[in-house]
Ligand binder design. Structure first.
Ligand code: ACO
Length: 328
């Protein structure tokens, strides 16, 4: 680690993503629960999602996405001096997925830790890593969102099982004198814990975890309303903090929970949907992985170009919510 604080910004040097091979379509879900392709598509925009193989774990997805981000950043893994992984579905209680990933990448000695903010996890991880870089505590950070959410889904509950998928996204951020991440905005309100949660864990009701009954429970329409309200507000907060206006934004890269929530946020920003990176149709909600996967999609197909300004934003269990304003 260096104490050099000459660089003011952290800049996205490279992005990566990985989706498991297996695709589960809405038609397949029709054979599992009382639902229809029409219902899922019209309420959520989701047509399919990727599901990890039985012997494929969050760490595997994280490693694959990270290797792509490292290659795209043009760095060597040994350059990495910080690893932050956002996940709600770690392989083990401990060590953290970040430590396991560090070993896989043959990186040694630098700080490595997980953050847990469910669907806002990647924004939290990026916010933390950005502050390490801005203070000179890191120069080259690997920030990952990786999930096997399919493992905490009750596949007999139509309220939740149609929404989620597995995947991982990653970015490498490096210290830079040019922008860069302008600002990150992180929030939480634990009073809403009961509306979206897995009501069992290691310390409480471990029996349920052992029996494989630790599943996502969600009060869908309450979460929906809060998400729309909160994401609209955070878009304003993010622009105001940087003295920017809506017209300064080239791209919205949102958490991909529901097309209708995303459309409401885009409307608030007065951004046409062509300026929103969407992966929700093909990937569903991959929780902490969805924002870096969307970012990677927009960068890899050439839509997001160097020098353009983007807002990333997310909302999830906690409740947690957050955003970042970034010049790519
Ligand atoms: N197929 C058919 N019918 C269904 C299904 C399904 N898969 N799921 C629910 N329904 C039924 C409900 O039972 C209900 O029936 P009822 O009126 O007879 O009781 C009816 O459809 C309407 O349900 P609503 O909840 O009112 O539908 P809504 O339009 O709100 O859409 C949805 C539901 C898609 C879940 C929406 O509320 C949503 O997207 N919520 C937010 C999800 C989210 O953003 N989560 C945050 C991130 S996730 C994280 O952090 C882990």
């Amino acid at each position: 680690m260096s104490g050099d604080t000459g660089s003011v910004y952290s800049r996205i040097a490279g992005t990566g993503g990985y989706l498991p091979e297996r695709i589960m379509t809405n038609a397949e879900l029709e054979s599992m629960v009382e639902t229809s392709d029409e219902w899922i598509t019209s309420r959520t925009g989701i047509t399919q999602r990727h599901i990890a193989a039985e012997d494929e774990f969050t760490l595997d997805l994280a490693e694959k996405a990270s290797r792509v981000a490292i290659a795209n950043a043009g760095i060597d893994a040994s350059d990495i001096d910080l690893i932050v992984v956002a996940t709600t579905t770690p392989d083990r209680v401990f060590p953290s997925t970040a430590c396991l990933l560090q070993s896989k990448l043959d990186v040694h000695g630098c700080p490595a830790f997980d953050v847990q903010a469910v669907c806002t996890g990647f924004v939290y991880a990026l916010g933390v890593a950005d502050k390490f870089v801005k203070t000179g505590a890191a120069k080259c950070a690997l920030v990952v969102g990786a999930e096997t959410f399919s493992r905490i889904i009750d596949w007999t509950d139509r309220n939740t099982c149609v929404l989620f998928g597995d995947g991982a996204g990653a970015v490498v951020i490096t210290a830079s004198e040019e922008p860069g991440i302008y600002s990150t905005h992180l929030h939480a309100d634990g009073d809403y814990a009961e509306l979206l949660h897995v009501p069992s864990g290691v310390s409480n009701n471990l029996a349920a975890v052992k029996d494989g009954r630790a599943y996502v429970e969600m009060a869908g329409s309450e979460v929906f309303k809060m998400a729309v309200k909160t994401l609209g507000r955070i878009a304003d907060e993010t622009l105001e903090a940087n003295g920017m206006v809506r017209d300064d934004v080239d791209w919205l890269v949102p958490h991909q929970a529901n097309l209708r929530i995303i459309a409401a946020t885009a409307k608030k920003l007065r951004l046409p949907m062509e300026k929103v990176i969407l992966t929700v149709a093909e990937q569903g909600n991959t929780s902490a992985a969805s924002i870096p996967l969307a970012l990677h999609a927009g960068v890899s197909d050439g839509r997001i170009k160097r020098g353009e300004t983007l807002i990333i934003e997310g909302f999830g269990g906690g409740f947690t919510w957050g955003s970042a304003l970034i010049e790519y």
